[in-house]
Design a protein around this ligand. Structure first.
Ligand SMILES: CC(C)(COP(=O)(O)OP(=O)(O)OC[C@H]1O[C@@H](n2cnc3c(N)ncnc32)[C@H](O)[C@@H]1OP(=O)(O)O)[C@@H](O)C(=O)NCCC(=O)NCCS
Length: 375
């Protein structure tokens, strides 16, 4: 069995940003237009008027201040309310493939590896642009990597599940080094017309290089000590836009349930204890006391959730350095969130420092990765 390490990470950030102020102005414009269109029904009491969104609510309820998006104009246009991304031909690289290649090159540079050193590519994300051929195989081809590649989806936990899959393969010898990418174009499945969730998501792509510890030459090496994955079925975060859509009556409708929807409050209440318990039992099984941890790189969905999970795990409120948040800048970037936090806030720790990368979300699903900074 080989020891495994994370030796490189990379982040692709779209060039366009939507602030809460811009988002709320556009949503409120849309809501006012809808209320105008349906003024008679609202007047007659047969329809509820759409309520307005507010910047104060968004920051207080989530901690989110802005988000990166692939295409801003369509999202903010009250007549459109979704990104407009031109369809690409079969001979062009897909959008997910393109942003994955960008993040992957940064991660491979940090690891000091070339395509010839990588044996496999995993594309772990909440949505894939098409069913097949796999986005991972397209990325593999674009980078000139030999070996094999596959896509996997465990919603917001995709990256930690991907790390476990990669680490297990490297540990057992089926690959020496693996590239995992997390292209998250969340703006495509976000429901921008729903006040309850229109502020939640942002677009980004992260990449992680994992390899045998004995081969690692990077300046920032984290040995993976242990991984754990957990799932429990829940309908509280759901999207019904599956491939059987056209087999059903009314499939052409733009139905609400075909975009992201959630029972946010229930998710909050159910997922916080699930994740805290999983992290604590994972640490206990590895003989690690929470007081030994220098850092928690948590999934970036909600600041309140992270504060509660951090306090339950550490037994006290962690400092901002111990539990860095990036969601004020990025919003919820699904599987990429904990990797952004790790990528941005892992260089400064001294050798021997222990930390946990943890993600959680739809499924429900949760993944925990205990790491130690190498000498
Ligand atoms: C989504 C979330 C931020 C909402 O925060 P919350 O505190 O639970 O807020 P609620 O949905 O209970 O709404 C509270 C009130 O604010 C209102 N509200 C909702 N969105 C609003 C908005 N954009 N602007 C103003 N008010 C809003 C609600 O209608 C509700 O009004 P009411 O009390 O009159 O019924 C929060 O529940 C959350 O982050 N949950 C976890 C989600 C998660 O991790 N999901 C994983 C995704 S992958």
């Amino acid at each position: 069995m080989h020891k495994v390490a994370i030796t490189g990470t990379g982040i692709f950030m779209p060039s366009e940003i939507i602030t809460n102020a811009e988002l709320v102005a556009s949503f409120n414009d849309y809501a006012a237009r809808q209320n105008g269109l349906h003024a008679d029904e609202i007047e007659a009491g047969t329809r509820e008027p759409m309520a307005m969104s507010s910047e104060e609510f968004i920051v207080k309820a989530s901690g989110i201040e802005r988000r990166y998006v692939m295409e801003k104009a369509g999202i903010l246009d009250p007549e459109t309310m979704h990104p407009r991304l031109p369809e690409r031909g079969d001979d062009e690289i897909s959008i997910m493939g393109e942003i994955a290649v960008d993040a992957a090159k940064k991660a491979m540079d940090e690891a000091g590896l070339t395509a010839a050193d990588i044996d496999a590519v995993i594309c772990a994300a909440s949505n894939h642009e098409r069913a097949y051929p796999a986005i991972a195989i397209e990325v593999q081809e674009a980078l000139g990597i030999k070996g094999f590649a596959f896509d996997m989806n465990v919603a917001c936990s995709s990256a930690t599940f991907g790390i476990q899959a990669a680490a297990d393969m490297i540990r057992s010898g089926s690959a020496r080094a693996i590239l995992m990418v997390n292209p998250e174009i969340t703006s495509g499945h976000q429901e921008w017309r729903d006040r309850d969730c229109h502020f939640i998501f942002g677009d980004v792509c992260t990449a992680v290089v994992l390899q045998r510890l004995e081969d690692a030459t990077s300046a920032n090496i984290y040995e993976i000590l242990s991984t754990r994955c957990l799932t429990e079925f829940s309908n509280n975060i759901r999207n019904n836009n599956g491939f059987l859509r056209r087999t059903r009556e009314g499939h052409m409708e733009d139905r609400r349930d075909m975009q992201f929807r959630q029972e946010g409050r229930k998710v909050f209440k159910q997922v916080v204890p699930m994740v805290a318990d999983m992290m604590l039992s994972h640490l206990a099984d590895e003989g690690i006391e929470p007081s030994q941890l220098s850092r928690l790189w948590l999934h970036q969905a909600n600041k309140g959730m992270n504060d509660l999970i951090g306090a339950k795990v550490m037994g006290r409120a962690p400092t901002r350095e111990e539990q860095p948040n990036v969601l004020q800048e990025f919003a919820n970037t699904s599987s990429a969130g904990s990797i952004i936090a790790f990528s941005r806030f892992s260089q400064d720790l001294p050798a021997g420092s222990l930390g946990v990368i943890c993600s959680f979300g739809a499924g429900y699903s949760a993944g925990s990765v205990i790491v130690r900074k190498a000498d």
